[in-house]
Design a protein around this ligand. Structure first.
Ligand code: AMP
Ligand code: ZN
Ligand code: FE
Ligand code: FE
Length: 279
């Protein structure tokens, strides 16, 4: 059983349609794939139909923009009721923050002498409901300002760079409660990835487990082998589920091929058993 529990489609900032993503997952030899678009569940239906066609299991999920203090934390939520009103309202607020941020980024870039417009970004975002910096990056690449997304982030879009703008994110503790109340389970994505390990030490993870956190994503490209070993130890101490996943974004992110990391079947079974909705 090969299981990949973190992927993005063009419903957020991946480059494959949800259906193409699921077909690519089957072609890559995966038996189970979770679709975890940023702050959005709009790809689930199409992905589900494709999964039925190719005979693999789709786990409906999402990767939610949260914050712990002032640090951004990505929270994977699996199997929540997509109609649970408090969750829908919280996600709508995040999506509105994304939409409102784009003009701020465009204005900052224009102030930096780059002739980009909101329309340029909207065109790249296409069918995405979660407007993001990757779409700005794609517009910059098309204009010849950057070679690829990575260069656009490094030069212009990361914190401290001229085109950076912040946006709203839900407090992590609150979002864990919302996903659990919606019948789902939560896993912290790449806890020691870009945002650094300082805020998510063992004591913080213990506190989050008490609030209902089910697991942590250990095997991820943003973690070194030493960090993975240490996180595995923490998960063992705290009895948290351990996952491993690709964080695939289609052509939008290099070295994140489907199945580059996978989740142990026993860990997957345990995770799913903690949800109050059947798969
Ligand atoms: P946003 O959610 O709009 O703030 O943008 C963050 C998204 O950009 C995340 O999905 C990251 O995976 C993606 N991202 C961040 N840095 C890079 C990079 N260097 N290359 C490609 N994608 C990136
Ligand atoms: Zn992304
Ligand atoms: Fe993430
Ligand atoms: Fe992701």
């Amino acid at each position: 059983m090969r299981i990949d529990l973190h992927t993005h489609s063009a419903a957020s900032d991946g480059t494959d349609t949800p259906g193409d993503l699921v077909r690519a997952a089957a072609a890559a030899g995966l038996d189970v794939v979770a679709l975890t678009d940023h702050d959005a569940m709009s790809g689930w239906a199409e992905a589900g139909r494709a999964a039925d066609e190719v005979g693999i299991t789709l786990v409906p999920g999402l990767e939610i923009s949260t914050r712990l203090g002032h640090r951004g934390v990505h929270l994977l939520g699996y199997l929540p009721d997509p109609a649970y009103p408090p969750l829908v309202a919280a996600l709508d607020r995040i999506l509105a923050g994304r939409t409102e941020r784009t003009p701020a980024i465009v204005a900052a870039l224009r102030g930096h002498g780059i002739d980009i417009t909101e329309d340029d970004v909207r065109r790249e975002a296409g069918g995405s409901v979660a407007a993001g910096r990757p779409h700005v990056a794609d517009a910059l690449v098309r204009m010849g300002v950057a070679r690829d997304r990575t260069e656009a982030f490094d030069d212009l879009l990361n914190p401290g760079r001229p085109g950076y703008a912040n946006r709203y994110a839900t407090p992590l503790e609150e979002m864990i409660g919302l996903v659990v109340a919606a019948g789902g389970v939560t896993v912290i994505a790449h806890p020691w990835g870009r945002s650094g390990r300082s805020v998510l030490d063992e004591a913080a993870l213990a506190r989050l487990k008490d609030l209902g956190l089910a697991g942590i994503e250990v095997d991820h490209q943003d973690h070194s082998p030493a960090e993975r070993a240490e996180l595995r130890g923490i998960a063992r101490d705290l009895d948290l589920v351990v996952t491993g996943s690709s964080d695939h974004h289609g052509l939008g992110k290099v070295d994140h091929d489907l199945g580059v990391h996978t989740t142990d079947p026993e860990q997957y079974e345990r995770l799913v058993s903690l949800a109050s909705r059947p798969t």
